[in-house]
Unconditional design. Sequence first.
Lengths: 213, 335
Amino acid sequence: MGEHDGLTELGQALADLDEGGVEHLVRQHLDQGLSPESIIIELSAGMAEVGELFRREEYFLTELIYSGDIFKNAMTVLQPLCKTAADRKDGGVVVIGTVQGDIHDLGKNIVVTLLECAGFTVVDIGVDAPAQRFVEAAIESQAVLVGLSMLLTTAFDAARETVAAFTQANLRDKVKIMIGGSVTNDSVRQDIGADFWGKDATAAVEIAREVCQ
Amino acid sequence: MLLRWAQTIIAGAKPKSAMPIMLLPASELTGIGIVEMVTDGEKQFACIEALSRRFPSMLAVHTGMDLSVEAEAFGCRVRFTDNEVPSVENLVIAGMEDIERLTVPPVGAARTSEYVWAARLAGEAIRDRTVLAGCIGPISLAGRLMDTSALMLALMKHAAQAHALLEKCTTFLIEYAKAFKTSGVDGIIVAEPMAGLLSPDKCEAFSSRYMARMVDALQDEHFTVILHNCGRTQKLVGSMVNTGARGLHFGNAVNMNKIAPLIPADRLFFGNVDPVGVLRNGLPDDVERSVMKLLEDMRPYDNFILSSGCDLPPGTPLANIDAFFRAFDRFQKNA
């Protein structure tokens, strides 16, 4: 696998499925004093490249799962450090989940970790989450931002129903809704009736900062 | 019978043929529920026979493509209902260390004896067309004995253990298929859907290599192996051809116009009307349109056989299967 434009050495190692290389570079970056958040952003770029290789059918499901495994292993090192940041709880509360009918969680989990690193309190309601579960979680946690994750176009209806559930609960003016996932874009956002579209995990954090400030 | 037919059709002496993969729709014909069909060889045979009578244009009939039978023989628990195909409930391999302890079961374990019995009855009673057996492929069986994601990771990180598991799966499947062969059927359809998730090099190393061993052990002038892979197989066709299987069966995840030019002229290839979107959930008009378009697209290929992209699911209306054959017959008349 050749070099990919714009990837750091760590992102490249992940895109190349170099498990040992990723492990070494994560520890090296931490030793050099880089923040967990910045390391996760590099890893996320590597994961995005893996997704692109999958789309081009250069990678297949085996490679996709292996990349997820390498990423998760890196996160076991980084996550506890992020929790320290999250403990500050100075960001605000965000509810996030994968909508009903979709069980993909890798992208959602990246967003959760980055939000926690950025100091947000995240209520992760998991995958295949019904519309009402999002509403209940938002009420219980007094969240002002809700994230709907999806990897399947067939999940759009569930996302639309989730937005409608907030309207029916008279929460639509109190809670902003963002969507994300590789099948989403701004026209999907408009169609679903959400407020924001996060094109990647970093954008999701920026949206959270904008909403929660 | 299938080989003779294959030779004539490849020589261009006969028009096209049709063979949807189906057993469960026989429930509507016979009143036999899915649970009885997959647990009682005689009942399964009654269903196969009923389908052969109802659809005289059908090239071949086959025993159930029940991809839980072999896993059950290895010790998995299976859930049965009359609404769905049987499904494996638990994994017998939780970790790599379990692979070494896994025992290869004898043919006849669990429900495998019923499937062989159904094949024997069908082979003896149905003489006007090809009779096939159905079974799962090596890596797809492995993916039922252990978690799919764990198996995928094992291919990348623990190749030796993955090969050890595939050895055990292949050993059993060869003996199981030999029992079908001895029962008097004309061939076997081996469903290897998990191979469709692999890259070409992984498919070659972890699926086709083992399929080739099955083909070597089984295929001869009286017995044909058909390899079914319903994944995104366009880049895997070469590997599938290398198995030596006389027939290659494709799912609706691929465009047959892109697959057909890759198939050697001396192999049969089958495909690929959408089994769920069209045959299960569509209307008869949808089915007829899909069949006619596919047959028209495949007109240049004498070795093409019209089929469904996969096993027809429970609840597929007989009216849609009638439409499938009605369109096929109309195409033949106008050919």
